[in-house]
Design a protein around this ligand. Structure first.
Ligand code: ATP
Ligand code: SF4
Ligand code: MG
Length: 364
């Protein structure tokens, strides 16, 4: 991680729908005043409950949708104004990995054609023979065989299909890849392999990764920094070890408390469901579920501020009087499936022998 900023969002807002005195349709406040900085070479994670705005934020960062207000800068240039060649460069430099690799791969195209497609767009002058060599190299890079190029997506396992998706993302030579739940559709043992592959690629190619994931274990394992979202806003962010080791926001504490096996302070649990983004609560959006809420929480919206350590930020009026909530997360016994995943992580990161379930079930 070098530390210079590759992607920056300033006061991003995305509202879906319009309302006015002629049009009374409610507006979905999907992303509300989000600012963040992603550093070159780091793995940055975004976590939060379903519907909190993670995918909308990812789409805004990639300029797949336009913000209602706010600005995104990629490599120092504003993305909302990119057009013509600048927009094509942006499409080459920022790639996306989808949650469901099957639906994102055209079933009528061979793997060779699928991986060659981005090359045809971004390197149209590349001679056909060199393109084929490049496709073979990309397939090897993601742990597949060059002779897989002649097969169709349905002939592969879920993990292999995600590898094809990663090869496609790598084909244009991107600087940054955003993965929206890239492993959540995969079997647990295959998840570890794909995560390790992403980690290796990011290290070997100097790639910046932005990973959206529900699974806190995945995030803790692979990210350098993390942002926790609640109802369209970032409520806590910082180095992963700090946010997970000393969570300051009651919502982060509640997320960690929901991991079975963590030793939890009884005050760490949140109550009720996440309110609708059509009518977010006033003041602190978490106040309807927060066990620590006071009167000012219902009227004053807290801003992200340093929580003891400059890099660790929290949006809570009362973080200083709230304990850490979760005692020694990660040191408590885990569920067997989580333990199996961490065993795979450890074995892979220590260079040990990993039994890949995917290889056992792979079609030859
Ligand atoms: N095109 C759209 N039109 C209207 N509302 C939308 C649109 N896209 C997203 N939303 C709404 O915006 C909110 C945030 O959605 P988003 O998909 O970003 O959440 P998420 O955090 O990615 O959820 P999940 O974890 O389930 O994928 C939700 O309430 C969703 O219904
Ligand atoms: S500002 Fe108030 S309601 Fe919001 S998280 Fe902090 S204590 Fe809870
Ligand atoms: Mg999503």
């Amino acid at each position: 991680m070098t530390g210079d900023v590759i992607l920056e969002a300033r006061n991003l807002v995305k509202h879906f729908g319009q309302s006015g005195w002629l049009n009374r349709n409610p507006v979905v406040q999907a992303v509300d005043d989000v600012s963040l900085e992603i550093r070159r070479g780091e793995t940055f994670a975004i976590v939060g409950e379903s519907g909190c705005g993670k995918s909308t934020l990812a789409r805004l960062l990639m300029r797949l949708i336009q913000p209602t207000s706010g600005e995104v800068q990629f490599d120092g240039a504003p993305v909302s104004q990119a057009a013509g060649p600048a927009l094509q460069d942006l499409r080459r430099d920022m790639q996306f990995i989808f949650q469901d690799p099957f639906s994102s791969l055209n079933p009528r195209m061979t793997v060779g054609k699928l991986v060659a497609e981005p090359l045809e767009v971004h390197a149209p002058d590349l001679p056909a023979a060199e393109r084929q060599t490049k496709v073979a190299h990309l397939l090897r890079q993601v742990g597949l065989q060059p002779d897989h190029a002649g097969r169709y997506p349905h002939e592969f396992s879920g993990g292999q299909r995600q590898r094809i998706g990663i090869a496609r993302a790598l084909a244009s030579g991107p600087k940054l890849i955003i993965g929206d739940e890239p492993v959540s559709a995969l079997d647990v043992s295959v998840q570890a392999q794909v995560i390790n592959l992403l980690g290796d690629l990011s290290r070997d190619l100097g790639l910046t990764l932005v990973i959206i994931a529900h699974d806190l274990g995945v995030i803790r394992h692979m990210s350098d920094r993390v942002a926790v979202m609640y109802l369209g806003r970032i409520v806590e962010s910082g180095p992963t070890e700090q946010v997970f080791g000393a969570p300051r926001h009651p919502y982060t504490q509640a997320l960690l408390a929901s991991i079975p096996g963590n030793k939890v302070d009884q005050t760490a649990h949140a109550t009720g469901e996440m309110p609708s983004p059509l009518a977010p609560p006033s003041g602190c959006r978490f106040h309807t579920r927060c066990p620590h809420a006071r009167a000012d929480c219902t009227t004053d919206q807290p801003k992200l501020k340093a929580a003891g350590h400059a890099a660790h930020q929290v949006a809570c009026h009362h973080w200083q009087r709230i304990g850490k909530g979760v005692k020694a997360p990660g040191t408590a016994p885990r569920r067997p499936e989580a333990e199996a995943r961490f065993e795979l992580y450890r074995a892979a990161s220590e260079g040990g022998i990993v039994t890949h379930k995917e290889n056992l079930t792979e079609r030859s």
